[in-house]
Design a protein around this ligand. Structure first.
Ligand code: ADP
Ligand code: MG
Length: 703
C-alpha cells in the first residue's frame, strides 16, 4: 500500500468534512470549529446536502460539488451512510479518509467494516479508523478531530487505540507540560495500523519520539519490523495484559504464556521502550522526546540534599542502573564547589548551602568531563535559594558545557516555585520531574532505549530445507493418522532434524523387542509409554527410569502397560519407547507457542518448581539471535542456578544458547503446522559437556 497517502492524511492542504453539521455540539460541527480554532491554513470544505453555511464557511451539497482536489476527507456521517459517502470520495479521487463514524467492528459489524474497506481498496484509498477521535497536528495547525484543542506543543507524537484517552491525554499535556506535535486516534485499525504510522513518523521532522497506547495489535510481526527499522525512540503503554493467556493450552508453555510476557518480549525485540502506566508514559516520553539516549554506564548524580540523593540512588538500583564513583580528578574538581562537609562521591552532594553558582560550576564541569555519560541533577527546595534561578543556572551550565550527545534530567522537589522552575526547564528542553524516582526512571528509559537497540542487530539461526522436509513428512504422517499431536518419538525425530541433541529413542512393540533395542542402546535405559492419548506420561505411570538389565526391562514393560491401562482404559498404546538414560543434569524447559498476535514464540525457564510453582519463565518471538537469547536466559530470576549452585560447576550456557537459537529457528520454520511444543526437560551439563533433550512434545495446529 502507498505510504505517501499518509501525507494527505497527516499534512493535508485541504480537508472535507463529510457529515458537516449546523448544530453546535454535533461532531460534524465540532470538527469544523476545531479546525478553525486550531488555526488551520488549508481549505475547509463542509459537506451537507441541506445546509448552506457553517461557521461562515460555504457548504457543498456533496463531495463532487467541491471544485479542485481534496487531500483528506473526515467522515462524520451516521454509520448507515458511511459506505455510500466513501464511494463518493473514491469517485472524487480522494486518497485519505479519517473515519470518525463508529458502529463498525467494535459493535460486531465486521461486515460493514469490510464493505468500507473493499470500497477503499477499489479506489486505492487509505482509511484511518473507523471509530476514532481524529488527527491533531501542531506543526500543521490541524485539529481534524473532536478533541477540543491542539496538544501542548512539543516533539512527541501519540498514536492511541483509545479515543477517550486521546482527549484526556491531550488535556494532560498542558498540566504536565509534556509536548506533542501530533496525536493520532487509530480506532479499529481497519486499514492503517501502528506499523504504517510508525514508518511514516520516522521521516516526520516534527516528531522526535513515538508514543503508543496499545490495547491489542493486529499484525505483531509487522509492528516489530516497522519499529525495529525506526531511527526514533518508541515508547509503548500496553493495556489489557491480564486476560490474554486464558485460552486453553495443551502444553506447559501454552499455559505459562501470557500477554505481559509475550508483549514484553516483543517490545524488546521491536526496540520499543515500555511504560508502566499513564504517568510513567508521560515521564518517559518527556525524556525520550527531549534527550539523547544514555549510551554508556557512567551516570552522575548532583544534589543539594542527602535525602533526595539517597532516594535517587535507590531508584537507580530499582531500575537497574549501576552507579559508580567518579575518578579522583573529577572528585577533586567538584570539591571546589561545595563546603568541606559536602561529598564528591556519587551522588555529589553540594549540600543545602548550594546556590546558583555552585550548581552552575559543578554541572558544567561534570557534564563536560569525558568520564560522564549522563547526568541527574536534583534540587530540594531551600529557604535561601530560588528554584527558578537554580533551573536557569543548570540550563546555562548544560549549554555552556557544549555537550549535546549525553542526556541530562532534573528533579526539583518542592512546592509551586519548583513547579514553575520545572516548567521553565521543560520548555527549554530539559526534562524535569517532581520526584527523584521519576527522574531516574526516565533516565532508565534513555538507557533501555540504547540497550535494546543494540540487542537486535545479530544474525538469526536459519535452518536448511532438509530439516524442513524431514519434519513435514513426519507431521504429514501423523495428520494422515488422524492425530493432532506427535508422539515423543516423532517429536524427537523432528527435533533431531533441526540438530537439537535428543536422547536416542526407539519404539518397541514387545518385551523381546525392548530387550533387543536396549542391548543396542546400552544400559541403563529409560522406558516410556507411547500413546497419542497419554500426553503427560508420568501421570499415567508411563515412565520408568534407570533400568539396568533384561529383567528390569521385562518388569517395566508390564508395569507401564498395566498402569497406563488403569489410567486410561481406552488409550491407544502404540508401544513402549526405549531410550538412552541421560546422566543427571540441571533441568530446564524450552518450549514454544504460536501466539495469536506475534506467531511463533519461544519460552525458556528452569525446570521443576521454578516452572511449576514460580512460573519463572521468559519469552522471545522467533527467530532469535545469540544476543537476544543471552538476555533471555539472564532474565529469569533463577539464573544463578546456571552459574553453578550447591557446589555444582557452571552449566554449559553456550550449548543452551545454541539450543534456543535452533529451537526458535525450528518453530519459526514450522509455524504453519505447529501450535505448541515443549522440550521438558532438557538436561544441561557442565561447561563444554553440552545438554540433552529427554522429552519432546509437539502439538499440531488445527486444520
Ligand atoms: P512426562 O510426559 O511425564 O513429561 P518425561 O519424558 O518428561 O515424561 O519423563 C519424566 C521424567 O523422567 C523427566 O522429567 C526426567 O526427569 C526423567 N527422564 C525422562 N527421560 C529421561 C531420559 N532419557 N534420561 C534421563 N531421565 C529421563
Ligand atoms: Mg516431560
Amino acid at each position: 500500500m502507498d505510504q505517501t497517502i499518509l501525507n494527505n492524511l497527516l499534512q493535508p492542504k485541504s480537508v472535507a468534512i463529510v457529515g458537516a453539521s449546523t448544530q453546535p455540539g454535533k461532531i460534524g460541527y465540532t470538527v469544523i470549529e476545531n479546525l478553525l480554532k486550531g488555526g488551520y491554513q488549508g481549505k475547509i470544505y463542509p459537506i451537507n446536502p441541506t445546509a448552506s453555511e457553517i461557521l461562515n464557511l460555504p457548504v457543498f451539497p456533496n463531495i463532487s460539488a467541491v471544485p479542485g482536489d481534496i487531500d483528506l476527507a473526515v467522515i462524520t456521517v451516521p454509520v448507515k451512510l458511511a459506505c455510500q459517502v466513501i464511494e463518493e470520495c473514491g469517485q472524487k479521487g480522494i486518497k485519505a479518509l479519517s473515519v470518525i463514524t463508529s458502529g463498525f467492528s467494535e459493535v460486531g459489524r465486521q461486515d460493514l467494516e469490510q464493505e468500507m474497506l473493499d470500497i477503499a481498496r477499489h479506489y486505492g484509498m487509505r482509511i484511518l479508523g473507523p471509530n476514532i477521535v481524529g488527527t491533531l497536528s501542531n506543526s500543521d495547525k490541524l485539529n481534524a478531530s473532536f478533541a477540543p484543542f491542539l496538544p501542548f506543543p512539543g516533539k512527541a507524537t501519540l498514536i492511541t487505540q483509545s479515543g477517550a484517552l486521546l482527549i484526556a491525554m491531550d488535556a494532560i499535556t498542558y498540566t504536565r507540560k509534556v509536548g506533542f506535535d501530533k496525536m493520532i486516534s487509530i480506532g479499529n485499525m481497519a486499514d492503517i495500523n501502528f506499523a504504517d504510522l510508525i514508518t511514516w513518523l520516522d521521516t516526520d521532522d516534527h516528531t522526535s519520539c513515538i508514543c503508543l497506547y496499545i490495547e491489542g495489535l493486529k499484525d505483531g510481526r509487522r509492528f516489530i519490523e516497522a519499529s525495529r527499522n525506526t531511527k526514533k525512540p518508541i515508547i509503548a503503554l500496553k493495556a489489557g495484559v491480564s486476560a490474554h493467556g486464558a485460552a486453553a493450552a495443551a502444553s506447559h508453555t501454552g499455559s505459562l504464556a501470557g500477554a505481559v510476557k509475550v508483549y514484553g518480549a516483543a517490545f524488546q525485540q521491536a526496540g520499543v521502550v515500555q511504560a508502566s502506566d499513564l504517568n510513567n508514559l508521560f515521564d518517559r516520553t518527556l525524556a525520550l522526546s527531549l534527550q539523547p539516549p544514555l549510551r554508556k554506564e557512567n551516570l552522575l548524580i548532583i544534589t543539594n540534599g542527602g535525602g533526595v540523593g539517597v532516594l535517587a540512588t535507590d531508584a537507580a538500583e530499582r531500575y537497574g542502573i549501576p552507579l559508580k564513583f567518579a575518578p579522583e580528578d573529577v572528585q577533586s574538581e567538584l570539591k571546589k564547589h561545595m563546603p568541606d562537609y559536602g561529598s564528591a562521591k556519587n551522588p555529589v552532594d553540594l549540600t543545602g548551602m548550594a546556590g546558583n553558582d555552585w550548581y552552575y560550576k559543578s554541572v558544567k564541569f561534570a557534564f563536560a568531563h569525558p568520564w560522564t555519560d549522563g547526568l541527574v541533577v536534583l534540587y530540594c527546595e531551600t529557604a535561601i535559594t530560588n528554584p527558578v534561578e537554580i533551573a536557569q543556572a543548570v540550563k546555562k551550565a548544560i549549554d555552556d558545557s557544549g555537550v549535546k550527545d549525553r542526556p541530562v534530567v532534573v528533579s526539583m522537589v518542592g512546592g509551586t516555585r519548583c513547579d514553575e522552575a520545572m516548567q521553565w526547564l521543560v520548555e527549554n528542553g530539559i526534562p524535569a520531574y517532581p520526584t527523584p524516582d521519576q527522574a531516574m526512571n526516565s533516565m532508565a528509559a534513555l538507557r533501555e532505549y540504547n540497550n535494546i537497540r543494540l540487542m537486535n542487530t545479530g544474525e538469526v539461526e536459519s535452518c536448511g530445507p532438509k530439516s524442513s522436509r524431514i519434519a513435514r513428512e513426519i507431521i504429514a504422517k501423523a495428520r494422515a493418522d488422524g492425530r493432532s499431536s506427535l508422539t515423543e518419538i516423532e517429536a524427537k525425530k523432528v527435533f533431531a532434524a533441526y540438530r537439537l541433541p535428543v536422547a536416542e529413542t526407539n519404539l518397541s512393540r514387545s518385551e523381546e523387542e525392548a530387550v533387543e533395542l536396549a542391548t543396542k542402546t546400552g544400559f541403563p535405559i529409560v522406558m516410556k509409554v507411547v500413546s497419542p492419548d497419554i500426553i503427560h506420561k508420568s501421570d499415567a505411570g508411563g515412565v520408568k527410569v534407570n533400568i539396568k538389565d533384561e529383567a528390569g526391562i521385562r518388569s517395566a514393560y508390564q508395569a507401564i502397560l498395566k498402569s497406563c491401562k488403569t489410567y486410561k482404559p481406552d488409550a491407544d498404546i502404540r508401544g513402549i519407547a526405549v531410550q538412552e538414560m541421560a546422566p543427571l543434569g540441571t533441568e530446564v524447559i524450552v518450549g514454544s507457542i504460536n501466539d495469536p498476535t506475534f506467531g511463533p514464540t519461544i519460552m525458556f525457564g528452569l525446570g521443576g518448581i521454578f516452572v511449576e510453582v514460580l512460573k519463572d519463565v521468559t519469552f522471545r518471538v522467533a527467530p532469535v539471535n545469540k544476543e537476544l537469547v543471552r538476555q533471555m536466559i539472564n532474565e529469569i530470576h533463577s539464573v544463578a542456578i546456571l552459574a553453578g549452585a550447591r557446589g555444582e560447576s557452571p552449566r554449559d550456557r553456550a550449548a543452551l544458547e545454541d539450543l534456543l537459537c535452533r529451537y526458535a529457528g525450528m518453530v519459526y520454520d514450522l509455524c504453519d503446522e505447529v501450535a505448541e511444543t515443549d522440550a521438558n526437560p532438557v538436561l544441561v551439563y557442565g561447561e563444554g559437556e553440552g545438554l540433552k533433550v529427554v522429552d519432546a512434545r509437539i502439538i499440531l495446529k488445527k486444520k
